[in-house]
Design a protein. Structure first.
Length: 229
């Protein structure tokens, strides 16, 4: 395995330790009773995966969990996404203005087309207090994109307001479910089983979309999409 991916895995392991020790020092989304209609909105950038990957995630991960615990909120196909770079975390009222959106649009128009596409290697599931995520390592271009965006967003006076565990070796994660109620032992056990058997083909991220939306990708307003080289 590439050293960069090993470093990403170490960050993910640290994250898991913090979750287990209940000592989170990074931003999370607090649960609500109705995620779909949650009025809290963020300004963020994502990659929207292709249909094959979405179908594989639904069939091999989400459906088996839904059968055990249908009460949780599971992401439908058209809400599955990989966050590339947050700009403003969810809030009601939003922590951004139309002017901020315009500034972000200029930054992304300048930065994203300069960068290459990159591969993602999904390898495990991770349970957070209020959600379940599919985790992946990637090629180093992800860090290059994030660090370039960070620099330009700061210059444009709209720095990312999210609190992170790490300042390098950013990883890929896709939220699959959110919980308003505690999870059952059976659900937790199934997550462990599914995680141990994950076997996805490497996936190529070839575009980045800037948008506003709530935590489960509803109420979304797509601003623009750029292709990576």
């Amino acid at each position: 395995m590439h050293k960069y991916q090993q470093n990403q895995k170490e960050v993910i392991n640290k994250l898991e330790e913090q979750v287990k020790n209940n000592s989170l020092n990074f931003s999370t989304v607090s649960p609500v009773a109705d995620f779909k209609n949650d009025p809290r909105i963020c300004l963020t950038s994502v990659h929207i995966p292709n249909q094959n990957l979405k179908d594989e995630i639904q069939n091999t991960l989400i459906e088996p969990l839904k059968q055990i615990s249908p009460e949780h909120f599971y992401y439908p196909n058209d809400s599955l996404h990989m966050t590339i770079k947050n700009i403003r975390v969810i809030n009601n009222p939003p922590h951004f203005s139309n002017q901020d959106i315009e500034k972000a649009n200029k930054v992304f128009s300048k930065i994203i087309p300069k960068h290459k596409n990159f591969k993602v290697f999904f390898y495990r599931l991770l349970l957070f207090p209020n959600n379940l995520a599919l985790m992946g390592t990637s090629e180093e271009e992800l860090d290059n994109i994030i660090l370039d965006l960070d620099k330009e967003l700061k210059t444009a006076t709209i720095p990312d307001d999210k609190k992170y565990l790490n300042s390098r070796y950013f990883f890929v994660n896709m939220t699959l479910a959110r919980f308003s109620n505690p999870i059952s032992e059976e659900f937790e056990k199934k997550v462990g089983e599914l995680s141990a058997n994950i076997n996805f083909e490497p996936y190529t991220v070839d575009s980045v979309t800037l948008l506003t939306c709530n935590a489960v990708f509803e109420k979304r307003n797509i601003i623009d999409t750029w292709n990576l080289k």
